[in-house]
Write a protein that binds this ligand. Structure first.
Ligand code: ZN
Length: 485
């Protein structure tokens, strides 16, 4: 059955999401084979993928699993975000409207439907293996079964009373008298304090309490009256306050990435300049990027990010609702429609943002935002996937958000107690890129897999995992390992 490049890319992502050990060379003789079929299981239809809330049942027989090509095609459309490309209707920030996304139209955006198909592939393959050896990979380091990446966009670092004023105007517009008075009280009490630094410290203290490390995206443009008015660049990254914040982040093992300002969307040549400017402050390579206001030209901005040397982007999510824009609770290479191949840039999509409910759905109670985050986290955990959320450190009482810091601390505690691997995005991406390159090239006399990097991956690929990669047998026991360099 002919498979187009988008479908081939999607198959690779599904294989990765399945967590199965893939066979290459001599090991293939005893591996379960995947067969693409034009048939659908009895009672199923083409759009079953969008209705999946648990792994779909795939047909299988001894040594063979059937994947309906209609479902592969549907997964490819979702994964490569076909609805967001050229010609998509846009909002006032130039962002593709979420309402024209097919997951949203089908009421399916709150389920990682592509990850669920990966999970289905895993279950059917293990069932089809019968007496054959059957191996899976550790989903995440340290024996963790799922991952949670806490991330922060530093949008406010100076002239904070202006932001209090903007938030007060919003609350007055919403006739929220109780919160308006709380904010006025907190702001008045902060006149001689530093609410920006207090907000950052509260976030870091909550994370330190459970030994979580997070990712911080910093804006690296030069503020002007124009950038301030547009809500774009409002601080200098070289200011003492930002330097002090970055120093604490690096000292405590957090990651610093670039928060791409509006000029990077208009001209991709600004990416390498902003990246170097940030590296001059951090003194370490900057690998990740997320766009301010999630502004980007889909298919163009990502290419510029890759050209500028970033290894991952984390802009792929909805601004006005929480959910899985690419159907994926996982890391995957960015698909480039123009060249018909995947870029070397990875996407680490976020599925939850603090203000999505407040700004766009009118829900002002932070405990409801956190409940929403935890509901999505449970769905990521169910697919052994990645939950990535955005929390703005400026959500403090003085800047207009009473109760928010305490609720953030609850989120962090809860993710930790549910057993998530709480790591910076760079570590998450490096682990998954290395794990994806692992192959069994043969089986020895005890049916133990002989491991090597995939023939199409660089030989040093496995050494970059940052932690030991383990291959598990059916009982969950480690049968083979690759140690980090
Ligand atoms: Zn921002």
């Amino acid at each position: 059955m002919p498979v187009d490049p988008r479908e081939r890319h999607t198959l690779a992502c599904l294989a990765d999401a399945s967590g199965l050990l893939i066979a290459e060379g001599a090991a293939r003789a005893r591996a379960v084979r995947l067969r693409l079929t034009s048939e659908l299981p009895a009672g199923a239809d083409d759009s079953a993928l969008l209705r999946a809330r648990t792994p779909l049942a795939l047909a299988y027989r001894d040594g063979e699993v059937d994947l309906p090509q209609a479902w592969l095609r549907a997964a490819a459309d979702v994964l490569t975000m076909r609805d967001d490309g050229a010609g998509a209707p846009r909002d006032k920030h130039g962002r593709p409207l979420s309402t024209s996304n097919r997951l949203v139209s089908a009421g399916a955006e709150r389920w990682p439907v592509v990850s669920l198909l990966g999970r289905a592939l895993r279950e059917a393959t293990i069932a089809a293996a019968g007496p054959r050896p059957s191996y899976t990979l550790d989903p995440w380091p340290e024996g963790k079964r799922w991952a949670a990446a806490l991330s922060h966009d530093l949008d406010v670092a100076s002239l904070w009373p202006v932001f209090t004023g903007l938030r007060l105007a919003e609350l007055v517009r919403k006739a929220d008298l109780g919160r308006t008075l709380d904010v006025l009280g907190s702001a008045a009490a902060s006149v001689f304090a530093d609410p920006v630094r207090a907000g950052v410290d509260a976030v870091l203290d909550a994370e330190a309490a459970v030994l979580a490390r997070s990712t911080w995206f910093i804006i690296c443009g030069t503020p002007s009256v124009g950038t301030f008015r547009r809500g774009d660049v409002t601080y200098r990254p070289e200011s003492t306050r930002v330097r002090d914040i970055v120093a604490r982040l690096l000292r405590e093992g957090h990651e610093v990435g670039l928060h791409g300002s509006f000029e990077t969307v208009e001209d991709g040549a600004h990416f390498p300049r902003q990246r170097s400017r940030l590296e001059a402050i951090t003194g370490t390579p900057v690998r990740g990027v997320r766009q301010h206001f999630l502004r980007r030209v889909v298919g163009e901005t990502e290419r510029h990010m890759g050209d500028a040397g970033f290894s991952y982007d984390s802009t792929g999510g909805f601004a006005d609702r929480n959910g899985f824009r690419a159907g994926l609770a996982d890391v995957a290479p960015v698909w480039d429609e123009a060249s018909g191949r995947a870029l070397s840039l990875e996407e680490a999509p976020f599925c939850w943002m603090d203000r999505a409910l407040s700004k766009y759905q009118g829900i002002e109670a932070p405990d409801r935002w956190i409940d929403d985050a935890l509901e999505l986290a449970a769905r990521c955990e169910a697919v052994q996937g990645l939950w990535c959320g955005i929390w703005h450190p400026n959500l403090t009482p003085a800047l207009g958000f009473p109760d928010a810091p305490a609720e953030y601390a609850r989120l962090v505690r809860e993710l930790s107690s549910r057993g998530a691997w709480l790591a910076p995005l760079d570590a998450v991406v490096r682990w998954r890129v290395a794990r994806r390159a692992l192959r069994a090239t043969a089986l020895d006399g005890n049916d133990t897999p002989v491991l090597a990097a995939a023939s199409d991956a660089p030989p040093e690929a496995l050494a970059k995992a940052g932690a030991t990669l383990r291959v598990l047998d059916r009982t969950g026991a480690a049968r083979a390992t690759v140690r980090p360099a």
